[in-house]
Design a protein around this ligand. Structure first.
Ligand SMILES: Nc1ncnc2c1ncn2[C@@H]1O[C@H](COP(=O)(O)OP(=O)(O)OP(=O)(O)O)[C@@H](O)[C@H]1O
Length: 265
């Protein structure tokens, strides 16, 4: 019998979406990311794992220039999406962040209605020319984030009134609403209970059919469940990158092995 899970994990034919070459990040004197070159595939979930402080979030934030907002952060090297340099001075970071959406550790809906949380991005980016189009984008985004059925009868209620898991799915709907191509998720389940975590994990697997998804996680079980590719970081180095199954069953570097067997972390 065919191993369906292995089939699902096969990303060999997927295109490269994001390519990084020799990326270095410094916070003042602190060299937080050291010479990281990585090819992240389209329609694939890529997990970043590693001990606390190893640079996972820093590297993730380079992929949509969120580190631009940190005064002492300095970035060297190249990062391209679909072959285009995202650090080119002609690139507008606001437009870039619509294309490369982000979901954070703690759900952070705006203090607005459920509808307006999702409609905000399409409005500022001029993605809808009338109310019917906007309604359509909001509904599609909420459906893609697997929360439509729970909120369709209360779209004018405040987003902050939802449960934690619903809020996180609302934030995913908000990210999806600007038609991104990449979704970055920084420990998206760390504030959620096990049931909400399972729902978001299931959603991540669905999102993969449309987007390149990059997720930072502290949970190796989560990385094993949701991702096809895994990159292991340690003290600012990207030590190992490969198929998730290989990283967890046959790591090549002793540091990876120590981490996944619980001897460092
Ligand atoms: N805004 C910042 N200003 C200064 N230094 C920072 C900043 N953010 C991160 N750092 C430093 O960069 C290094 C990497 O941190 P980062 O948060 O990227 O690691 P991480 O692997 O995501 O950690 P964790 O798993 O604990 O979230 C650490 O030494 C950290 O102290």
């Amino acid at each position: 019998m065919k191993d369906v899970r292995a089939d699902e994990r096969d990303t060999t034919m997927n295109d490269v979406k994001i390519e990084t070459k020799g990326v270095q990040v410094y916070y003042g004197e602190n060299h937080a990311i050291k010479d990281v070159s990585l090819a992240i595939k389209d329609k694939t979930v890529t997990a970043f794992i590693g001990p606390s402080g190893c640079g996972k979030s820093t590297f993730l934030r380079c992929l949509n220039r969120m580190n631009d907002t940190i005064d002492i952060a300095r970035i060297e090297g190249e990062i391209s999406i679909d072959g285009e340099d995202i650090y080119d001075p002609r690139v507008d970071p606001v437009q870039l962040r619509a294309k490369v959406g982000m979901v954070f550790q703690k759900p952070n809906p705006f203090p607005k209605s459920i509808f307006d949380n999702v409609a905000y991005g399409p409005k500022i980016h001029g993605l809808a020319s009338n109310k019917a189009e906007l309604d359509e984008i909001v509904e599609t985004s909420l459906r893609r984030a697997a929360i439509w059925d729970e909120v369709k009868d209360r779209l004018q209620a405040p987003g902050t009134g939802l449960s934690g898991g619903q809020q996180q799915r609302l934030c995913i709907a908000r990210a999806v609403a600007t038609s991104p191509e990449v979704l970055l998720m920084d420990e998206p389940c760390s504030a959620l209970d096990p049931i909400a975590t399972a729902q978001v994990e299931e959603l991540i697997s669905e999102l993969r059919t449309r987007y390149s998804v990059v997720i930072v996680t502290h949970s190796m079980q989560q990385a094993a469940r949701v991702s096809q590719k895994t990159a292991f970081f340690h003290l600012g180095d990207m030590v190992e990158y490969g198929e998730t199954d290989d990283i967890f069953t046959n790591p090549q570097d002793p540091r990876t092995e120590k981490y996944i067997t619980g001897r460092i972390g």
